[in-house]
Design a protein around this ligand. Structure first.
Ligand SMILES: Cc1cc2nc3c(=O)[nH]c(=O)nc-3n(C[C@H](O)[C@H](O)[C@H](O)COP(=O)(O)OP(=O)(O)OC[C@H]3O[C@@H](n4cnc5c(N)ncnc54)[C@H](O)[C@@H]3O)c2cc1C
Ligand code: SF4
Length: 314
């Protein structure tokens, strides 16, 4: 592992790690990524382990999405993950794509993916989406790059309070998945905190406390093989009629998975009344700055948040 990280660090941007290749190979074919070297993570068998330790789920970076979906305890202990995986891409992509690749995949913004356009994320001067077609773009935290993070796993894993282990040439670091993602205001060219030479090696998911419920709701245009237009992951616990724990995370609305903290704060310690759920969702969206083409996402996010909270806080 250390040798792999040293190699990546030495080569800098001219080398990229490859996992299942379902995203990276497309980027290379489209001329968006032009690595001189590709480091095949399949050669590191320790990254393919999937196990439980101290009640937590330890998911190696190279575990495929279908392998995770088929893990025996998943449906029982982490049903929200099962739900998300069943809506993610297609069986073919899930068989090849990996968990780390899903978290590290690059944006789906069609201007970014266009081989002839050099948008701000690719080092150019302009964001074509701000004045162009922005139907699928962000409504929150959307300056200067309104891309949305495409991963379905990310909001769910953040709702489950997952952590990631990153390995570098010299040491490892453990951080909450929520802190793994970078806003364009922090660095418009990157989506994660990974530094040159670092590899995401493991995702750790704590076992939810007894009585925790969770759900993942995904609004997409096509029934299968489609990214979320808007999604909501919610995990929470109600004790004697009062909300004692809740984490609500939105996908498809911001450049990073968006933690709906305002709603969480409004619900904690309260009875989950229907009017309060609607107010909490509205409070989250009061910060929205929709673009001309994506105002509809406000209503979609409001609806998904309320439905997700209703399902979890019964
Ligand atoms: C048709 C289609 C539909 C899709 N639909 C969905 C969907 O509905 N929901 C969804 O969430 N996703 C969807 N995806 C995206 C898909 O899930 C990802 O392409 C896949 O998970 C990426 O995993 P991979 O192993 O193939 O990554 P790769 O393509 O190998 O790598 C992706 C990126 O991550 C980097 N990388 C990979 N592993 C590591 C690591 N361990 N450490 C550091 N960097 C790493 C690579 O350098 C590369 O930049 C879809 C993709 C396609 C093609
Ligand atoms: S939204 Fe981001 S990725 Fe898309 S064109 Fe603008 S700068 Fe590029």
């Amino acid at each position: 592992m250390a040798e792999a990280c040293r190699f990546l660090k030495r080569q800098g941007p001219s080398a990229l790690p490859i996992a299942g290749g379902t995203d990276l190979l497309n980027e290379i074919k489209e001329g968006i990524a032009k690595p001189e070297f590709i480091l095949n993570l399949k050669r590191l068998p320790s990254l393919a382990q999937l196990r439980e330790k101290d009640g937590a789920l330890r998911i190696g970076a190279m575990v495929s999405l279908s392998q995770l979906a088929g893990y025996p305890i998943l449906r029982r202990n982490f049903p929200i993950l099962s739900e998300a995986l069943s809506t993610l891409a297609t069986p073919q992509i899930r068989a090849v794509g990996t968990v780390a690749g899903n978290l590290c995949q690059r944006p789906r913004c069609f201007y970014y993916r266009h081989p002839l356009l050099l948008c701000a994320k690719k080092g150019g001067r302009t964001c074509f989406a701000l004045d162009g077609v922005n139907r699928y773009h962000a409504i929150l935290q959307n300056e200067p790059c309104p891309m949305v993070h495409p991963s379905d796993l990310a909001p769910v894993l953040i709702a489950l309070d997952a952590q990631v282990v990153l390995a570098g040439a010299k040491d490892k670091r453990l951080l909450p998945l929520e802190e793994f993602f970078l806003l364009p205001t922090q660095d418009i060219t990157r989506e994660t905190v990974l530094t040159p030479g670092e590899i995401l090696i493991e995702v750790q998911v704590p076992k939810p406390k007894a009585g925790t419920r969770g759900t993942y709701l995904k609004f997409r245009e096509r029934g299968t093989g489609d990214f979320a237009v808007v999604s909501a992951a919610c995990s929470g616990r109600v004790l004697r009629g009062t909300v004692v724990e809740m984490r609500l995370v939105l996908g498809g609305v911001a450049p990073i998975p968006f933690r709906a903290r305002k709603a969480e704060e409004m619900l904690l310690g309260q009875k989950p009344r229907k009017d309060l759920l609607a107010e909490a969702a509205q409070a989250v969206l009061s910060e929205a700055t929709p673009l001309p083409g994506n105002r509809y996402k406000i209503r979609a996010a409001q609806t998904l948040m309320v439905r997700a909270m209703q399902a979890v806080l019964k």
